[in-house]
Design a protein around this ligand. Structure first.
Ligand code: GLU
Length: 386
């Protein structure tokens, strides 16, 4: 399949912007770059796209503010520089957005957060809410608590995980190289990037082990790794030159910019397979006939009103099985509510959730995108539930 076929319908986009893209030759955050990135982001959002930015640049900003001559730094120094620079980094995004009367939102995450199901879910809900508010989320690693990431990388793999988190249609990694070049790291300049990568092979990963820059921590290797993580989960990725004018728009219009990485498999089936077979089953919900019909035949989400019994103790974000009244497993899914919460809202309308619990996480107990229909043989049904 051509790259444009993957890209044409992309609506939700994660754009990772590296330190070298955001800084000038003296290592300071460059206003004109923020302006041009935000010009594109605003134009694209007005055309209906949802954009999440993953931005590096905090350490570089902190260094430029505090100790421009000091090039190397210990890990605690880098963490302190990141803490100093992060506010300036956000200030630059906000300033660029002010020109349009729009807001940026700071989201600091760690890999641990995304490995912990409840925090994963909370981060995702927050990001979705921000997008709904038409605010531009700007994600960075929470460098204060993350030592390994500063040491080895890398907002690149964070951006791949954010791509999976928000179920983005594409990950765009903007860097100071035109893409992945066959002679990467050999000092050869002006080489055209490899336009299309079908699969991230070990050879390709070897190719990428060039030197990483002084301020950013990733280099090409972590970008390839990010592309691997994203594509294996079914999300296409592009590595491209962040200083090229209109780079995001050109990529989204299907132009041959940078290196495109094709997704390895269908995203929905990847996710559904993961839900059905990789997550431990933590409990069961028995549904009334109407709810079974709605989820099996109409591709609907599971609502609290259709739950008649809760079995087991589970937390929100865990996988539970949905049984019909005869005890046959009809679906599996990720629940937004814990067993304790569902016990209180079972049989009640979604509109009553807030008054019963005092808060409302989502309208659905299990959203249809996270619900996998099961066959009587206990296998995941191929048919999409939408
Ligand atoms: N989080 C770091 C920063 O904002 C960057 C890490 C990276 O370059 O990938 O400076």
């Amino acid at each position: 399949m051509e790259r444009s076929a993957y890209i044409r319908t992309a609506r939700r986009i994660v754009v990772k912007i590296g330190t070298h893209v955001l800084t000038d030759d003296r290592g300071r955050l460059a206003t004109e770059i923020f302006d041009s990135v935000i010009d594109e982001v605003v134009r694209l959002s007005e055309a209906g796209k949802e954009i999440v930015i993953v931005s590096s640049g905090a350490i570089a900003a902190g260094r430029a503010l505090l100790a421009p001559a000091h090039q190397t730094a210990s890990i605690p120094e880098k963490q302190a520089l990141a803490a100093i620079g992060q506010t300036q980094l956000m200030g630059m995004y906000q300033q660029a957005l002010d020109r349009y009367g729009k807001r940026a939102a700071q989201v600091l995450l760690t890999r641990d957060d995304l490995g912990h199901r409840r925090r994963y879910l909370n981060a995702r809900n927050t990001l979705f809410k921000l997008l709904q508010f038409s605010v531009v989320p700007v994600v960075n690693e929470n460098d204060t608590v993350m030592v390994e990431e500063i040491k080895f990388g890398d907002n690149d793999s964070l951006s791949a995980r954010v791509t999976i988190l928000v179920d983005a249609d594409i990950l765009i990694l903007l860097t100071d190289a035109p893409g992945l070049c066959a002679r990467h790291g050999t000092g050869v300049r002006d080489e055209a990037p490899i336009p299309f990568v079908q699969e991230v092979t070990p050879d390709l990963r070897r190719l990428a082990r060039g030197p990483s820059g002084l301020l950013g921590t990733g280099g090409m290797a972590t970008k390839i790794e990010a592309a691997r993580i994203a594509t294996e989960a079914g999300h296409p990725a592009v590595i491209a030159d962040g200083k090229r004018p209109n780079v995001i728009t050109d990529i989204l219009e299907g132009r041959q910019v940078g290196t495109f990485f094709a997704p390895l498999e269908d995203r929905l089936s990847h996710k559904k397979h993961w839900i059905a077979y990789s997550l431990p089953k933590k409990g069961e919900l028995v549904l009334d006939d109407g709810a079974v019909r709605a989820i099996v035949h109409k591709g609907k989400s599971l609502l609290s009103s259709g739950v008649v019994e809760v079995r087991g103790r589970f937390d929100s974000g865990e996988m539970v099985a949905c049984l019909d009244r005869d005890g046959i497993e009809r679906a599996r899914g990720i629940t937004h509510y814990s067993s304790q919460e569902i016990l209180r809202i079972a049989g009640k309308q979604s509109g009553e959730i807030e008054s019963i619990l005092g808060y409302r996480i989502q309208d659905e107990v299990i959203h249809r995108d996270e619900l996998v229909l099961m066959t009587r043989q206990g296998t995941c049904q191929a048919r999409r539930t939408e």
